[in-house]
Design a protein around this ligand. Structure first.
Ligand code: HEM
Length: 265
């Protein structure tokens, strides 16, 4: 069955496992370097801590460490694990598909490459299945977002094929998973030439995805959780990030508000 094929085991006949393992380590180093350069260049983390300090000085009450732990745990369970900031709807479903698909794909890639990239070791069937499922989920969530949900397309009426730098992350993410699936599929049908071709494209797209962290939205997966925790702590201690409390007046936006369904991003 294609989905239970471990493509890295077959690959190990032509390419030593150590080369695959060094490639994975190189990708991790690229992510760390890209994120560090991003932090230094944009000074976003510096601003984040300055803002948190300022907000703390305006806190209306001190939070106990128990309260803080509970807020952080709740933020993890809701905002981070279920991306609740995207509300209930297609945008959130697409993101969850892409996020969990990617995590599954990355985790199983590491397991397959570091433990089972050899034709002499038997791979437990579950890992290649999860690897393929992860790649398929990433493609479903990512292409759904790319073709239909992207703000440029869904709210600003730009054609789906208009590509800008902000698309680097989502495009390299889905293209990497697409090439992985095509490589595995062709390899399991013994189409040697094309499978090598897609293997090379798979490698190159990984280089773009992990090497492009500085220019892409990749690092949002680290920044977003931090910002969500800070936002909820600021809400609880009353500093509210220096913003006013929501009004308790009835909502009066006029009839114009009903002309078009709201699109919140
Ligand atoms: C493996 C982890 C993750 C992956 C693969 C991932 C993937 C993506 C992708 C592909 C996009 C679309 C980017 C674009 O605008 O072109 C996106 C946007 C977004 N992500 Fe993530 N993400 C991850 C983690 C997270 C986490 C942990 C959070 C929040 C705590 C988060 C919140 C968001 C938000 C709010 C958007 C904007 C969505 C929109 O415009 O509809 N992401 N993410």
């Amino acid at each position: 069955m294609i989905i239970s094929n471990n493509p890295f085991a077959t690959l190990s006949v032509f390419l030593p496992s150590i080369v695959m393992q060094v490639f994975v380590i190189l990708m991790v180093v690229l992510v760390i370097l890209g994120t560090l350069f991003d932090i230094i260049h944009k000074k976003n983390v510096k601003y984040f801590f300055q803002n948190a300090k300022k907000a703390k000085s305006q806190a209306k009450r001190n939070l106990s460490s128990n309260e803080k732990t509970s807020i952080i745990a709740k933020t993890f369970a809701s905002e981070i694990l279920t991306t609740s900031e995207l509300g209930a709807g297609k945008r959130r479903v697409a993101h969850l598909l892409g996020m969990y698909g990617t995590l599954l794909f990355w985790a199983t890639s590491v397991i397959l490459i570091f433990c089972y990239s050899s034709s002499t070791i038997k791979t437990p069937i579950i890992y290649p299945i999860l690897w393929h499922v992860g790649a398929i989920m990433t493609c479903l969530g990512g292409y759904w977002f790319w073709f239909f949900l992207r703000v440029d397309v869904s709210a600003e009426a730009h054609p789906w094929y208009r590509i800008i730098q902000a698309d680097l992350f989502v495009l390299s993410l889905v293209i990497t998973s697409t090439f992985a699936l095509l490589w595995s599929f062709l390899q399991s049908y013994n189409v040697i030439g094309w499978s090598i071709f897609f293997l090379i494209l798979f490698g190159l797209s990984n280089l773009v995805l992990f090497g492009g962290v500085y220019w892409s939205k990749f690092a949002h997966m680290f920044y977003k959780p931090g910002a969500a925790i800070q936002r909820n702590l600021a809400e609880a201690d009353g500093s509210r990030d220096n913003l006013p409390e929501p009004s308790d007046q009835p909502k009066q936006f006029g009839l114009g508000i009903k002309r078009e369904a709201p699109k919140h991003y």
